[in-house]
Design a protein around this ligand. Structure first.
Ligand SMILES: Cc1cc2nc3c(=O)[nH]c(=O)nc-3n(C[C@H](O)[C@H](O)[C@H](O)COP(=O)(O)O)c2cc1C
Length: 375
């Protein structure tokens, strides 16, 4: 019965909802959908019904990582719920966890439009928001008094302003954001430190081992009471990524997320006619998949015993998610797959993972992590 309802939902999404949504400006559609999601989150009978279809409650998928219990490994990546509207509805969509943000110390109205676009042939989204968000204080105020049924994380980044032109000022800005979060009573479960947004106007970055070291010393100086994950860039060589991981592994960091958006317009996975439509911005979805998988594999081989790896980029099916898991990811995050395939994708992936795990003779997802033999 459940699989039948999911099939109908997929059919309706592809035949009716998606063609309609894709007629309108992506940012307006996003705002409408998230407002609708926020509203639905308050209607308990509706979320109860949604859970009947979407919730996958199977011990094969549960893991405890950094002291957090994840009922399933599929999370909503940073960037979709950047105004903290969806914490009450996402468990009913079937998600096992979700990240709010990226949030910064000061609010930001977003980079000049167009800052969101669809690349249908490339199965990708163009993103140039540059941390559009309400600021840490307003975001946490919105969440005050809420209970979360799944682990919720806060993605923190540097305020996107050219006035933060040196490392010292950028660090101060980030530390202030962490301080506000640390002093809040909102029951979020983990932090993500986003050092990899490719669309910022800030004069500094944290890609060099020296700058990253300074950042992690500052962020973890007063011990964080919740696990910290670092959101990694995708457009780095193996050598550069390993240099960053070497620094990360020396600090009290739980893990690394591979990866953020892709900037390379020449990537063969991007349809050239679509890439040229947008003067600025970076790409999600399928063009991010191959390199994300390579980086997951590299990180697992070198630091798999020390760091938890979260795989992110181009997951559109259970098979895509399972590949990342077998390459070394313990958890998966996504956005673009859900927009192209529909919200039932989350339940489909979880059910699909159970089948794939059984086929391979695993009792729990943790046994499959890193099980793919690569050179
Ligand atoms: C609309 C949009 C906004 C995003 N904003 C953020 C962000 O604020 N912080 C962040 O760490 N990643 C952000 N990302 C990147 C995603 O978290 C993710 O790393 C990337 O999209 C690859 O996953 P996907 O192919 O499943 O979308 C954004 C992605 C999209 C599509």
């Amino acid at each position: 019965m459940r699989e039948f309802v999911l099939k109908i939902s997929r059919y309706l999404y592809h035949q009716a909802a998606k063609p309609l949504f894709f007629l309108f400006d992506p940012e307006s559609v996003h705002n409408s959908i998230t407002s609708l999601g926020e509203f639905i989150g308050y209607i308990k009978p509706v979320t109860w019904l949604m859970k009947k279809v979407s919730l996958t409650d199977d011990p094969m998928l549960t893991q405890t990582i950094g002291g957090i219990r994840f009922e399933n490994p599929i999370g909503l990546a940073a960037g979709f719920d950047y105004e903290a509207k969806l914490t009450q509805v996402l468990p009913a969509v079937g998600f096992g966890f979700s990240t709010i943000g990226t949030i910064t110390n000061q609010s930001y109205g977003g980079n000049p439009k167009p800052r969101l676009g669809r690349l249908i042939k490339s199965r990708s989204l163009l993103v140039n928001k540059g941390f559009k968000n309400l600021g840490i204080r307003k975001t946490l105020n919105k969440l005050e008094g809420k209970h979360f049924a799944i682990p919720i994380g806060l993605s923190i980044g540097v305020t996107n302003t050219p006035s933060l032109a040196n490392q010292e000022d950028a660090l101060k800005d980030i530390i202030e954001t962490f301080e506000v979060a640390k002093n809040s009573t909102v029951p979020f479960s983990y932090y993500e430190m986003n050092i990899s947004c490719p669309n910022l106007r800030v004069g500094v970055d944290f890609y060099s081992p020296e700058h990253l070291e300074e950042l992690l010393i500052a962020v973890t100086k007063d011990k964080l009471s919740k696990p910290l994950f670092v959101k990694m860039p995708i457009d780095k060589s193996d050598e550069e990524a390993l240099g960053m991981l070497e620094v990360i592994a020396r600090h009290p960091v739980q893990g690394a997320i591979f990866s953020n958006l892709h900037k390379n317009k020449k990537d063969p996975a991007l349809h050239p006619s679509e890439a040229e439509l947008f003067p600025r911005g970076s790409f999600s979805g399928k063009p991010a998949e191959k390199r994300s998988n390579e980086l997951i594999s590299l990180a697992y081989k070198t630091y798999g015993g020390r760091l938890t790896i979260i795989g992110c980029g181009g997951v559109f099916s259970a098979e895509d998610a399972y590949k990342k898991i077998k390459l070394g990811a313990s958890l998966i995050q996504l956005i673009t797959g859900m927009i192209f395939e529909g919200p039932q994708l989350i339940a489909e992936i979880n059910l699909g993972l159970i089948k794939l795990l059984k086929q391979d003779g695993f009792d729990n997802i943790s046994q499959a992590v890193g099980s793919m033999k690569t050179n």
